[in-house]
Design a protein around this ligand. Structure first.
Ligand code: HGY
Ligand code: MN
Ligand code: MN
Length: 432
């Protein structure tokens, strides 16, 4: 089968409709009626895994939950010991999420398996390639429950940090307790780790979560790299005082200091082409209407195309915080709770993704765009284990981490064809 051929257009459209319908089905598995929220080691995690495991088994795949709660489906070749090409994305969400961030990638991967699998003589379904096909549904890509992101993919990459066991969620439940409540054994976390020789690589389809493809009027793009990330809890300390009796020249207002800091983050990052900083959460204490805020706690999500861009911006923000604190008689401190380096998508996997997208385009069309991902993805963790590649799907208006997040069935069909063709191209490459 020539790359990109063999995928019957009617079957692809049918597969795209199934992806959209199953994104809707997964959207109904939520902790928050009327919104989408599915966090790590929750009852919704278990329900989503059960649904996806059923979809894997109906394709003739085996399906198992690994020691970190990720769901792993496998379609063997004739040799059950062969290395596997890993496809997938994540099924956990941010609060009040859209229904395609992560979910579309897992379901597009299953659609590709459905379209590429072949019946063996004994009637079982097999991977027709020199590698098995695995589909993984990672958990805790977002870090919504415990703050630190990429927990599930870090377990698979073998980079689990034992310090994470003491992370707590908003109710004070530790990650260790949540593991046990979910039915997982913390002492077996190492069993989730895969060995490099087991894998041929990792390919993920994901909505762009930005406006570039929409602005270009193109359905798909090759991803060159995934931006680096650092996340902080910032605390600004001033002095709580009477809101009426305290003249301004005696105030050390933590909220105003934090507000200047948030504006400084925007100003400094706007000055850098490939860095972005966001204050997503701000709380004041004691938080009464008639008390000057004595303390402000804010989150900072910092990203850069390159680690050094991100770190340079963090240094500038720190200097600016010193100036603000000095002027207002405040103190500030930072606690970093997540850090992930930028990860390059492997050149070979960029090439097969590009060839896969080209296979979906009319003859003579321009080459597809190659863009870096400003959003984080599980590939940031998996890059420590194996080669990673990504294909982006157009995300109208770029809105994501919001219920208005969308993707068209047509672009999902294009994504299925492109990922399928990329897998076929990779199979034609000599094994490493
Ligand atoms: O936050 C991110 O960039 C990703 O969606 N987890
Ligand atoms: Mn996300
Ligand atoms: Mn995502």
């Amino acid at each position: 089968m020539r790359p990109g051929e063999g995928l019957d257009p009617v079957a692809v459209q049918d597969a795209a409709r199934r992806v959209m319908a199953r994104c809707d089905a997964l959207a109904s598995i939520t902790a928050t009626p009327g919104a989408i929220e599915r966090v790590y080691l929750s009852p919704e995690h278990a329900r989503a895994n059960r649904a996806a495991a059923g979809w894997m088994r109906e394709l003739g795949m085996t399906a198992r939950e690994d020691a970190a709660g990720n769901l792993v489906g496998r379609l063997d070749t004739a040799d059950s010991e062969s290395a596997a090409l890993l496809l997938g994305s994540h099924l956990d969400t941010v609060p009040d999420a859209g229904r395609y961030d992560g979910m579309a990638g897992v379901l597009i991967a299953l659609a590709v398996v459905r379209l590429l699998r072949r019946r063996a003589d004994d009637g079982t379904w097999r991977s027709p390639f020199p590698f098995a096909l695995e589909v993984i549904a990672f958990w805790d890509e977002e870090g919504t429950r415990f703050g630190t992101a990429l927990l599930g993919s870090s377990a698979v990459a073998g980079t689990w940090d034992p310090a994470w066991w003491e992370l707590t969620d908003d109710s004070g439940t530790t990650l260790r307790e949540a593991f046990a409540d979910f039915g997982l054994d913390p002492s077996r976390i190492g069993d989730a780790a895969r060995r490099p020789e087991e894998l041929r690589g990792y390919l993920e389809a994901h909505i762009e979560q930005g406006p570039e493809l929409d602005r270009r009027g193109e359905p798909l793009a090759v991803v060159s790299s995934i931006a680096s990330a650092r996340r902080f809890h910032l605390t600004v300390e001033g002095q709580a005082r009477h809101a009426g009796g305290t003249p301004y020249d005696m105030r050390h207002d933590a909220l105003l200091g934090a507000s200047e800091a948030a504006l400084a983050v925007e100003r400094i990052c706007r000055g850098e082409h490939h860095a972005v900083g966001t204050v997503g959460r701000l709380e004041t204490f004691p938080g009464a209407v008639n008390i000057v805020p004595g303390e402000a706690r804010l989150s900072l999500d910092l990203r850069g195309e390159l680690d050094e861009t991100r770190d340079r911006v963090w240094e500038s923000i720190g200097k600016e915080l010193d100036v603000i604190a000095g002027r207002r008689g405040l103190r500030w401190r930072a606690e970093e709770f997540h850090s992930a380096p930028a990860v390059l998508c492997a050149p070979l996997l960029q090439d097969v993704i590009r060839a896969g997208i080209v296979a979906t385009l009319p003859a003579g069309a321009d080459d597809p765009a190659t863009i870096y991902s400003r959003a984080g993805h599980d590939g940031m963790a998996l890059g420590a284990l194996t080669d990673i590649g990504m294909v982006f799907l157009r995300n109208p208006d770029g809105i994501s981490h919001h219920p208005a997040e969308s993707v068209s069935s047509q672009d999902v069909a294009a994504g299925i064809r492109a990922l399928g063709a990329a897998v076929t191209h990779l199979a034609a490459e000599p094994a490493p």
